[in-house]
Design a protein around this ligand. Sequence first.
Ligand SMILES: Nc1nc2c(ncn2[C@@H]2O[C@H](COP(=O)(O)OP(=O)(O)OP(=O)(O)O)[C@@H](O)[C@H]2O)c(=O)[nH]1
Ligand SMILES: [Mg+2]
Ligand SMILES: [Zn+2]
Length: 312
Amino acid sequence: MTGTVYKSTGSWYEIKDQTGEMRSCRLKGKIRLEDIQSTNPIAVGDIVDLENEEGDYVISAIHPRKNYMVRESPKHKHAKHIIASNLDQAFILVTIASPRTSSGFIDRFLLVAEAYAIPVTIVFNKKDLLNAKELKKQEELEAIYQKIGYDTLTISCLDSNDIEKVRMKLKGKTTLLSGHSGVGKSTLLNALNPHLSLRTGDISSKHDKGTHTTTFAEMIEVDDAETLIIDTPGIKEFGIMGFEIEEISGFFPEMKALVNQCQFNNCMHMEEPKCAVKMAVSRGEIDAHRYDNYIKIIEDYKENYKYWERKK
Ligand SMILES: Nc1nc2c(ncn2[C@@H]2O[C@H](COP(=O)(O)OP(=O)(O)OP(=O)(O)O)[C@@H](O)[C@H]2O)c(=O)[nH]1
Ligand SMILES: [Mg+2]
Ligand SMILES: [Zn+2]
């Protein structure tokens, strides 16, 4: 029998089996895990085989993943944490204020999604809270990301028309919902389906941050069994892992489009001469913040890379 992982708490997994029944399962004792580098060998979205072991079903194998979102484990440096797998698309929920989402976070998320060809919609939430200056800032950000090919949406969870726009984009798909704590992921799901009554949290007035209300990723059926959303705990930092350093610029679409015009075909757009990307940045054709975030990612990565070199 096969099933889909709806929730994982580390030792127990909530699985919807092929007949539609929900089951609590654990991992079979002797299961061979290929992904030993990962802190969570089984992720929400995984398709698994189930075996009957003395009346209880246990997970006996994981099917190959179509794709997945991965980051460095916040608890174990240099270990991977699979956020979710087998996705049709991802929504990154972003807020300009309460809490403020950094562009570094957005760009890291986009790069990992790009690596696995997962389409992303950047959803700007809490538009009802923005003053004129913040609204302008948001429109500028939207324009930057639209120009390089990303879909954007501007919403408020308090606005039922906006909720319907979101609903249309979700229909029939499996969507990962990600973002900092407090941006409104669970609130959005409750607005889509009030029967869910997911716990939501307040924004700390002192730190302008969320309070990590959702603690485990969970697959949720909105409207019908084919429309699936994965609600996730808020992410503070999105550590990049698992790529060759030279391939990272290829996950920035605007850089990828220019690399053929650089003097060196393996140009990383850093110190190299006659770099088409750096020229485009200086002409304002590539957003300077995106480029700075890229440089920061590479610098962080080099630190980790030293570590991996030593481990070899
Ligand atoms: N004004 C306003 N408040 C919102 C909106 N969306 C969410 N909120 C509020 O933001 C706070 C945090 O919302 P949550 O849904 O708990 O945020 P979350 O992203 O699920 O947070 P974690 O589970 O901690 O990752 C709650 O107080 C919500 O009521 C919105 O569009 N407008
Ligand atoms: Mg939540
Ligand atoms: Zn270059």
